[in-house]
Unconditional design. Structure first.
Lengths: 136, 324
């Protein structure tokens, strides 16, 4: 799993800025395929969930469902300031909590890694993924 | 005396059975083909990366992927038809494995009498696609249902030109169905053979599920479509099946159109790599087509081209003109 993490990208109410930076990872400049990282289309194939966005009330239900559908063992990555700690939407009426709180409602022992930034640089994401995988 | 003979006969039978098992499981069969297939799938990914000006994955990447998948949890959807869902990947792999073992065996020992001709190969080639259709339609997922219907239409559209292309070869070689005999000819050196080879190459592209004919798996539209609900070891079996097909199908093209491995082993390997690189280049220079475009392409354009090729081949045979 350290050598071939397949990631599934979940947008839980992000402003699309982090999503663009995630897509940057696949471009020739950063090319994460050299580490065996691959974007897959279904959570059943995934080893890691890249979650962007604050986790709105609507998205929270889907987020829990997606986490349940992911084949374990899996890692959750909170990408960006919103996902890590709700960011500028703190105490907003539509916010169901930071992403880690929503995931922990399903599985209290979930492995969660945080990559802060608004949006985080692609370099920061690669460094976060490598650090998280080296701990496992 | 009689008892000794009986025993010798038994031993011979035993050793023959063991040898057959070795054929199927280790040397040209399972282990060897999977190894070559995974290396070939690395070549596909690496060349695609180089075309896109990237570095690409390391050599061992497909092996690590498969190993990792076998260690993951296998999820079966609640509403799925469990037995069919679990058995379908095995059927698919069995078909692909049988095809590749047959082809290798003809490659290595062309003189040995063996019941395997073009028609058997055509049937075995459909088996993985049929298993994929079965498995994904048993998974009770709406995305997989769309993928299934696309895969069915794709199978229906490419089977016709593929069979027509083989008919051209059969006419060119004078009505031969035996693969070992066909591998002695090089039909690609004639006009009709070249046309048939190009059409068959595109059909193989669709059979392997490569862009531009990856409409059944389209990740951006139907989220892996047919493979959507598969996870863990079952997904690993599908990946292995695709790896085996990546060996068997280009090898089949090499045997039917390019003269096989009869001249020398290295020339054969070179032909295989040539076909593989052609497939990769088509994959990397084309966008995905729609289902109706694929059907129209295979039935109208490939069909008409092949009808023309068959006419040429028949005329060439009748008048004794070799290059037609």
């Amino acid at each position: 799993m350290k050598k071939s993490p397949w990631v599934f990208h979940v947008n839980a109410g992000a402003c699309n800025n982090c999503d663009i930076e995630i897509v940057d990872l696949l471009t020739p400049k950063f090319d994460v395929e050299r580490f065996g990282i691959k974007l897959v289309g279904s959570p059943r194939h995934a080893d890691a969930l890249l979650i962007t966005g604050v986790g709105t009330r609507q998205a929270a239900i889907r987020l829990r469902e997606v986490y349940r559908q992911t084949a374990k063992p899996c890692v959750v990555f909170c990408i960006g300031a919103c996902a890590c700690g709700t960011g500028i939407f703190h105490r907003g009426y539509h916010v169901a909590g930071p992403v880690d709180k929503i995931i922990k409602e399903v599985d209290p022992n979930a492995i969660i890694a945080y990559v802060p930034g608004c949006p985080p640089k692609p370099e920061a994401m690669i460094s976060g993924i490598v650090k998280a995988l080296s701990v496992l | 005396m009689g008892a000794i003979f009986e025993r010798e006969g038994k031993d011979k039978k035993m050793s023959e059975a063991l040898q057959n098992l070795f054929w199927i499981l280790i040397f040209p069969g399972f282990l060897f083909t999977v190894f070559v297939g995974l290396v070939a799938s690395w070549i596909v990914r690496k060349v695609s990366a180089l075309v896109q000006w990237r570095v690409g994955p390391p050599f061992y990447q497909p092996f690590v992927d498969v190993l990792k998948l076998t260690g993951k949890e296998v999820l079966v959807p609640e509403q799925a038809q469990h037995t069919v869902f679990m058995v379908a990947p095995l059927i698919g792999m069995a078909g692909a494995l049988l095809l590749s073992t047959m082809l290798w065996r003809i490659t290595i020992e062309p003189t040995k009498p063996f019941v395997g001709d073009v028609i058997v190969a055509i049937y075995l080639m459909v088996l993985p696609s049929l298993a994929l259709i079965l498995g994904s339609s048993a998974s009770a997922s709406p995305h997989a249902a769309i993928g299934t219907s696309r895969e069915m239409k794709l199978v229906m559209s490419y089977e016709l030109p593929l069979v027509l292309a083989f008919i051209v070869v059969i006419i060119k070689t004078g009505g031969q169905l035996d693969l070992a005999t066909i591998a002695g000819h090089t039909p690609v050196l004639s006009v009709s053979g070249m046309l048939a080879f190009l059409a068959a190459l595109l059909c193989i592209q669709a059979k392997l599920g490569f862009v531009p004919f990856d409409i059944a798996e389209a990740e951006t539209e139907v989220a892996s479509g047919v493979l959507m609900e598969y996870s863990g070891a079952l997904l690993a079996i599908w990946k292995l099946t695709q790896a085996i097909l990546l060996v068997a199908l280009p090898l089949f093209l090499v045997m039917v159109f390019l003269g096989g491995f009869t001249k020398s082993l290295w020339a054969g390997v070179g032909k295989y790599v040539l076909v593989l690189v052609l497939l990769i280049l088509i994959k990397n220079t084309n966008p995905r087509v729609r289902t109706d475009q694929a059907m129209k392409f295979f039935w109208v354009y490939c069909g008409l081209t092949l009808a023309f090729a068959i006419t040429l081949a028949v005329i060439g045979n009748y008048c004794g003109i070799g290059w037609l």
